[in-house]
Design a protein around this ligand. Structure first.
Ligand code: GLU
Length: 378
């Protein structure tokens, strides 16, 4: 059987997602609301809801909006001042969300949490039950850290520190299939390498962590480091994580059908079939492998591996291990997979039978150009 991956059910229509928005998405300049952006995000979320996906929002912005209201241009250093800003900004934040969702007939529910609320089992269960009830009532829970009290806790450990961590904990608490972290960052960018967005991260390795740098903005808190830490936390509990730009129109819908620019972190511990789903989220494959007319039905209907004999050429440059599109003689992309050879190696392999490939790579055991376990039909 071919492993088809129509981006359906669990991809385009997940049951439950957590959407986390950074201050930079909601504001333009310090403390100035970006109302057009907020309206667009609300419309995007309402569209998801209309398709049957439950959405929980984790929203930053309280401190930033409070700063704006007070006319501060620098984030105060003193805890009490930050807490005061949060107290001022939080109500503005909720008014903003309510105004954004009202045209869609949606009601928002404010939930403010401290670290202790999720650390202590009894409180954790209480929060979980309340969130479930809010969802049953058809509301959109809008969660933020309760900055006004939590920053005062004696131990820094008692604070989430940033809403990225909070959003990952909420995603795991509520059993969300996806956590979508929207900020001013377009995704995880490989600054040391090709300068491009890393489309998919299968495992968060030290190299991946090294790609993240701290935040530089006046109102933002976490930066990429805390987003990666959040992704680590959420993927461990089986939740797929996207990091993408909140400025991109219709970003939620795009991400969920694998067309969005951004980075997808594959949830860990998945069985093979489920693991293959992440290939669908590969928005920007490194290149294309062209295959002949015989190979198309073999891959499509028989679920076999792609062998060199079926390959006719390449488009773009890629290296072994990259994700590439597969196109038939009509040029239509019909599959995607993790390629075992680089684009510079392919010319010597095209149209070759197994023996000839084995002669070229005597030390290699696996000679498939794309193994069936690494291939998904679109
Ligand atoms: N809770 C903070 C706020 O609402 C934001 C923290 C964060 O962005 O990580 O301003």
């Amino acid at each position: 059987m071919a492993h088809s991956l129509p981006p359906t059910a669990s991809t385009t229509r997940p049951k439950r997602v957590v959407v986390k928005l950074g201050t930079g998405v909601l504001t333009s300049g310090i403390g100035e609301l970006n109302t057009a952006r907020i309206a667009a995000v609300c419309a995007d979320i309402a569209a998801l809801r209309a398709r049957g996906t439950e959405v929980i929002v984790v929203s930053s912005g309280a401190v930033g909006l409070g700063m704006g209201r007070l006319g501060l241009t620098k984030k105060p250093k003193e805890t009490s001042k930050k807490q005061a800003c949060a107290a001022i900004g939080q109500s503005l934040l909720m008014q903003t969300w309510q105004a954004g969702f009202a045209p869609h007939g949606l009601v928002v529910a404010q939930v403010l949490l401290t670290h202790d609320d999720l650390r202590l089992r009894s409180r954790y269960l209480g929060v979980q039950e309340t969130l479930r009830q809010l969802i049953r009532y058809g509301t959109i829970p809008v969660i933020n850290e309760n900055d006004t009290v939590s920053a005062a806790e004696i131990h820094a450990m008692l604070k989430f520190g940033d809403n990225d961590t909070l959003s990952a904990m909420v995603a795991s608490l509520i059993g969300a299939e996806h956590l979508i972290i929207l900020s001013t960052a377009p995704g995880l960018v490989d600054l040391k390498g090709n300068g491009q967005i890393v489309p998919v991260v299968e495992r968060i390795t030290p190299e991946i962590e090294a790609m993240a740098g701290g935040t530089t903005s006046e109102t933002a808190t976490g930066g990429m480091i805390s987003k990666i830490a959040a992704a680590k936390l959420a993927t461990k509990s089986g939740c797929g994580v996207f990091i993408a730009s909140g400025a991109e129109p219709e970003i939620l819908a795009k991400l969920l059908c694998g067309r969005g620019p951004g980075t997808f972190f594959v949830p860990s511990g998945l069985p093979l079939e489920a693991r293959k789903h992440w290939l669908a989220f590969f928005q920007r494959p490194a290149g294309t492998l062209l295959v002949n007319a015989n190979a198309v039905p073999v891959l499509r209907e028989q679920g076999r591996s792609l062998l060199a004999v079926g390959v006719t050429g390449t488009r773009g440059e890629f290296t072994a291990g990259d994700i590439v599109n597969l196109a038939g003689p009509d040029g239509i992309v019909f599959a995607r997979g993790k390629v075992a050879f680089g684009s510079d190696e392919i010319p010597a392999l095209t149209g070759r039978k197994g023996d000839a490939v084995a002669a070229l790579y005597p030390a290699r055991k696996r000679l498939e150009v794309i193994h069936r376990n690494d291939l998904v039909l679109l």
